[in-house]
Design a protein around this ligand. Structure first.
Ligand SMILES: Nc1ncnc2c1ncn2[C@@H]1O[C@H](COP(=O)(O)OP(=O)(O)OP(=O)(O)O)[C@@H](O)[C@H]1O
Length: 584
């Protein structure tokens, strides 16, 4: 329940680059969209213009009922055409929005799955969950709604102001009075809103993380009477979120009010000065009416633009949080050459989870293909970390871990799966059938292979399941106990058939007799493979070809069980305390 280190957030330059790439990818639809929005805005000018013509003709006394009817019919046709264009614009924009959202989602899921597990642990599940839910939702709302609305609204403003200009440059100039205050307030708003919305996103994440941590640690909270403390912490996070939300609310309020007031003022000016100009005879009444109608019509697109400016800021902040995840991804698949052979060599490997706290301090180790190496040592010595390096899950901070001459962590996931696989104590059962859970390791394996793999790890219970390999397991399905989940994981290793397997206390969750049975079955299934067994039970070390003793981040002893016992060093002491004196 410690303070988490958030996942990165993309900077503005990356954001614009990604957005440009998105627009460029579906260039044709974007072009059609701009064209349709232009046509819609142009047709929208026709109605008020025709009404101005009617007013002028009535005033000049040249209007007959027939001309008024004809013009009214044209107004109706223009309105219908505008409606059709507007619908197509919306359809086209919505399609683009849906497509773009799908891309953003796919990229996010791709990046999130490629994150090193330690990065996710450090950031806390709350951060990733908020990005996957709230931020994807915000980007979705923006992409689905903003584009269909913003582009047409922006073009409508341009066309309406242009229309006023075209009819009367003098009134057009007055209409532009709205622009300087609008530009100033927009600049003011945009400078403050991006960091403000980023802070709102961060505060939402920490708030969710706090509640999640309390729920997950419910039993501990209850046992140690921590409720008061947890409520205090949750309140503090809720307070931060409230402050962040109030800040964005204040920014929105100033922005909305100023933008609306600026256009209202411009509309009043056009009407007043237009009226005076008509009285002086410099413009016709029809022009004044049309310009006033154009100014009134501005109300709607300006309202939509200010609304979406806010939503776009929120969406941009969320987009920055989604794209930021890619910065934490460690590249995989950089290996250009295929490994030459199965030999794994560790040279001067150092590793730290946290800056300044080295867990491995220069490990040298060569695995002989086909050998069974037991890794033993005190708790916290770095055995699991060494296993993570050997299996390419982690990359050494300095030094190297190579398989057949190629850095293990550079192998693409499918290349890695064929060579080195690590099995730890905790196994996740994926929601799906037993077959789905096994096929993760060998997508093309047939049922006979899957059943053989289950038998190889002693998971005979799987054959007795009501629907066999089709039995649904995991969330919403049959609840497999940790021992069975572990056997599924071991069966996956048999199916993946890598040349090297790292077993990190892989049978410790099984009861002793099942563990022995599974180990025996597994030994048969893994015959000929290189096996690194990280073990607490020293009988594993006794049965191994060689034993490596890890102490305080270093391999301090390496040799056969008999040699190490004879050497009388740390391993001999460990063996004596575990097995009693005099026994080798
Ligand atoms: N994700 C992590 N973040 C920070 N520190 C970690 C992390 N995982 C392990 N450590 C620390 O690294 C050190 C070595 O841990 P590691 O799990 O490799 O030891 P181990 O020898 O396997 O111990 P055990 O036998 O108890 O599993 C320990 O001090 C541990 O607290």
């Amino acid at each position: 329940m410690s303070t988490a280190e958030s996942l990165p957030v993309a900077d503005r330059a990356t954001l614009f680059r990604d957005l440009r790439a998105l627009l460029r990818e579906d260039r044709r639809r974007v072009l059609v969209l701009v064209l349709l929005a232009c046509l819609t805005s142009a047709v929208a000018l026709a109605g008020p213009y025709l009404l101005g013509v009617v007013v002028d003709r009535l005033e000049a006394g040249t209007a007959t009922v027939a001309t008024v009817d004809r013009i009214a019919l044209l107004v109706l046709v223009a309105a219908l055409v505008q409606l059709v264009f507007a619908r197509f614009t919306q359809l086209c924009a919505a399609r683009f929005g849906e497509w773009a959202l799908r891309r953003v989602r796919e990229d996010f899921v791709h990046d999130a799955l490629a994150l090193p597990a330690r990065t996710v642990e450090r950031a806390g599940a709350g951060d990733l969950t908020t990005r996957a839910s709230t931020d994807v939702g915000n980007v979705g709302t923006t992409l689905r709604g903003a584009l269909p609305d913003v582009l047409p609204a922006f073009l409508q403003v341009v066309f309406l102001l242009g229309g006023v200009f075209w009819l009367s440059p003098m009134l057009g100039t007055l209409a532009l009075v709205a622009l300087p205050p609008l530009a100033l307030v927009t600049r003011w708003y945009l400078r403050r809103s991006h960091p403000a919305y980023l802070e709102e996103g961060r505060a939402t994440s920490t708030s969710v993380a706090e509640v999640t941590a309390t729920a997950e640690g419910g039993r501990t909270v209850e046992a140690f009477g921590l409720a008061g403390q947890r409520i205090e912490r949750t309140d503090a996070r809720a307070g931060e979120l409230h402050t962040a939300r109030m800040r964005t609310l204040r920014l929105r309020t100033v922005f909305y009010l100023t933008a609306d007031a600026a256009f209202a003022l411009a509309g009043v000016l056009v009407l007043l000065v237009g009226g005076l100009a008509f009285l002086q005879g410099s413009v016709s009444l029809g022009v004044v009416v049309t310009c006033a109608l154009y100014m009134t019509q501005l109300d709607d697109p300006v309202g939509r633009l200010t609304f979406w400016t806010e939503q776009v800021q929120r969406g941009a902040a969320s987009f920055a949080r989604l794209r930021g995840v890619s910065a934490a991804v460690e590249p995989r698949g950089a290996a250009l050459e295929e490994p030459d052979g199965d030999r794994i060599e560790v040279r001067g490997a150092r590793f730290s989870y946290l800056p300044g706290r080295e867990v491995l301090r220069g490990v040298d180790l060569t695995l002989r293909p086909g050998e069974r190496l037991a890794v033993v040592g005190p708790s916290g010595a770095g055995k699991t970390t060494l296993g993570l390096l050997l299996s390419g899950v982690e990359r050494p901070s300095s030094g190297s871990v190579r398989v057949g001459g190629v850095p293990v962590a550079d192998l693409a996931p499918e290349q890695l799966r064929e060579r080195v696989v690590m099995v730890s104590q905790e196994q996740h059962v994926f929601a799906g059938s037993v077959r789905d859970n096994l096929a993760l390791a060998a997508p093309s394996a047939d049922d006979a292979c899957l059943l053989a793999a289950l038998t190889a790890v002693g998971a005979d219970w799987a054959r007795a399941l009501p629907e066999g390999l089709d039995t649904a397991v995991g969330s919403g399905g049959l609840d497999l106990d940790p021992a069975r989940a572990q056997q599924l994981a071991l069966a996956r290793v048999v199916l993946a058939d890598p040349h090297t397997v790292v077993l990190d206390e892989a049978t410790s969750s099984l009861d002793p007799s099942t563990a022995r049975r599974t180990e025996r079955a597994l030994a048969g299934a893994l015959a000929g493979r290189t096996v690194v067994a990280i073990a607490h039970r020293l009988h594993t070390a006794h049965d191994a070809d060689r034993v490596a003793v890890v102490e305080d981040g270093l391999v301090t002893e390496l040799g056969t069980h008999a040699d190490l016992v004879a050497a009388g060093g740390p391993y001999a002491a460990l063996w004596r305390s575990w097995h009693g004196p005099g026994d080798t």
